[in-house]
Design a protein around this ligand. Structure first.
Ligand code: ZN
Ligand code: ZN
Length: 171
């Protein structure tokens, strides 16, 4: 699992000013057009807390939509549909749905840079090894396995350098 900051970094740069603009516009509208009490200094504490949370919600929803756009794109999913779903399905339901249903990350062939789905063991174009596999039955094996769970053959960790170099890519 990658760190939170790595995930934040995939949000397209243009989304940050948009999020701030959205927050600014929201704050402006609230402060200038709030019913009954146009002066924020006269608001009751609960209204100010509510206002702060709504403001945060406005900014974070824009950032989350930007995240879904970039993340769905790199996973080869229908990113336009998912971004719109995150924006228009309220209360974060679209975003939660996205996390439940999103596809695994794509893998890139180290030799020819072709894209493959997570779980591919060999590159579909050049046949280079994308993940560790059993030397006997060629099925995917995990680095900590001492034996292949499919054919039972003993696995030598040092025989396959990909064992150490390739993270599993699953998250
Ligand atoms: Zn390849
Ligand atoms: Zn095997």
């Amino acid at each position: 699992m990658k760190s939170f900051m790595d995930e934040v970094r995939i949000i397209p740069r243009i989304v940050w000013p948009i999020a701030l603009l959205a927050g600014g516009a929201f704050a402006y509208l609230m402060i200038h057009y709030a019913p009954n009490s146009p002066n924020i200094s006269q608001w009751p504490t609960i209204a100010i807390i509510g206002f702060a949370f709504s403001l945060l919600y406005a900014i974070v929803s824009v950032l989350l939509s930007g995240y879904v756009y970039a993340d769905a794109r790199r996973r080869g999913m229908r990113y336009v549909m998912w971004t719109l779903l995150t924006i228009f399905v309220i209360y974060g339901i679209g975003f939660i749905l996205y996390f439940v249903l999103r596809d695994p990350l794509l893998v890139h062939c180290p030799k020819c840079n072709a894209t493959g789905r997570s779980g591919f063991i060999f590159c579909p174009l050049c046949g280079a090894e994308l993940a560790a596999s059993c030397p006997a039955c060629k099925r995917a094996v995990e680095p900590e396995w001492k034996r292949c769970v499919y054919c039972g053959i003993e696995l030598d960790a040092t025989a396959n350098p990909l064992n150490a170099a390739m993270p599993s890519g699953r998250m």
